[in-house]
Design a protein around this ligand. Structure first.
Ligand SMILES: Nc1nc2c(ncn2[C@@H]2O[C@H](COP(=O)(O)OP(=O)(O)O)[C@@H](O)[C@H]2O)c(=O)[nH]1
Ligand SMILES: [Mg+2]
Length: 338
């Protein structure tokens, strides 16, 4: 109901505008849910809202958790959330699952496991499909994290699936990046070794009840030993058993230690610069791509351009150059004014 009202009455101040942003910043969970729906729908009101609350962001500890499907990320997050709540800290969890763009089937699984926390007002849980965005972290997810931060959550946990490109993307946005591996996740080790993915800040060997957990931990340490120095931060390899909660305290301590280390002086300034750069560039690139697609869809001559390429009259690069020349400089779908 409320979500419907949003779409139809986007100008009413009850659902958007100052009223919504005030409630959001005040920590109202429903306001946060609405706000995320706005950015998810690419509603200009969502951009407006992010613009308004942006000065209130930067306070939450943002932790990105990634790893292959089934590694136990959600289970780990549920346990982490439980411990944080026991300490009176508020938590938001954003689960980004690129594998279920339409049905949200995988989302249900996460919800079941995180369901213990559903009635707790100190916990906000949201799943989001990445909807074909470049990499694992969509534009909407990026905005959702900002909204969660603005709503006063102490800790924002982002779960993404996969190993490779997606990691690089959360690494660009989280303060601390955790890679969760399990015995048998050979591809992930390969990705680390090959430098396909950046070395995360913390590595977890989950399902450490598995007989091969030791071997995996050793292998990881081997890869880390080859890596370059990360401004004095020693990447910890933590063994956990998410289902029993074993080792999760240690993970928490590692997150706190990393935050302390990364949160001071030049390291922090550098990280923020890097985040700003990658976020602005990613948003600009995504908007350009969208604008290009829109202009192509509205342009009947695009088909004839393609025909010329297909018939070998024009090469693809020249066709692309022609397309870009035609691209309107001012976007028709207006993102926030600045
Ligand atoms: N034996 C064992 N099973 C685990 C552990 N952690 C998670 N699991 C199970 O592994 C499955 C996948 O967990 P889930 O948290 O959904 O993984 P995700 O896909 O990474 O989010 C579930 O059945 C969990 O109960 C663990 O430490 N040991
Ligand atoms: Mg999960």
């Amino acid at each position: 109901m409320a979500e419907r009202a949003l779409k139809t009455g986007r100008d009413s101040s009850a659902t958007t505008g100052p009223a919504l942003s005030a409630r959001l910043v005040g920590g109202d969970r429903r306001a946060l849910a609405r706000a995320i729906t706005l950015v998810e729908n690419h509603d200009p009101a969502g951009w407006e809202l992010v613009r308004e609350v942006y000065p209130q962001t930067g306070r939450a500890a943002v932790v990105g958790v990634t790893g292959p499907p089934g590694a136990g990320k959600s289970t780990l997050l549920a346990e982490l959330t439980r411990l944080e709540r026991a300490d009176g800290r508020s938590v938001a969890v954003l689960s980004v699952d690129p594998s279920s763009p339409f049905s949200n089937g995988a989302l249900l699984g996460d919800r079941i496991r995180l369901s213990d926390h559903f009635l707790d007002p100190g916990v906000f849980i949201r799943s989001m499909a990445s909807r074909g965005a470049l990499g694992g972290l969509s534009e909407a997810a990026l905005q959702a994290v900002l909204l969660m931060d603005a709503s006063g959550r102490d800790l924002v946990l982002i779960e993404t699936v996969g190993v490779g490109q997606a990691e690089v993307e959360i690494a660009d946005h989280a303060d601390t990046v955790v890679l969760v591996l399990v015995p048998g996740s050979g591809d992930s080790i390969q990705a680390l070794k090959a430098g396909v993915m950046e070395i995360p800040d913390v590595i977890v060997v989950n399902k450490s009840d598995h007989p091969l957990a030791d071997t995996l931990a050793r292998e990881i340490r081997g890869v880390l030993a080859l890596g370059r120095d990360r401004s004095g931060w020693q990447v910890p390899v933590i063994r956990t058993c998410a289902t029993t909660g074993q080792g999760v305290d240690e993970l928490r301590a590692a997150l706190a230690a990393h935050r302390e280390q990364a949160g001071v002086g030049a390291a922090l300034a550098q990280r923020r610069q890097r985040h700003a750069r990658s976020q602005v560039l990613a948003l600009a690139a995504q908007r350009l791509a969208r604008r290009l697609e829109e202009s192509v869809a509205a342009d009947p001559s695009f088909a004839s351009l393609l025909e010329r390429v297909a018939s070998r009259e024009l090469d693809p690069a020249s066709a692309a150059a022609i397309l870009l020349e035609r691209l309107p400089v001012t976007p028709n779908a207006s993102p926030p004014r600045t």
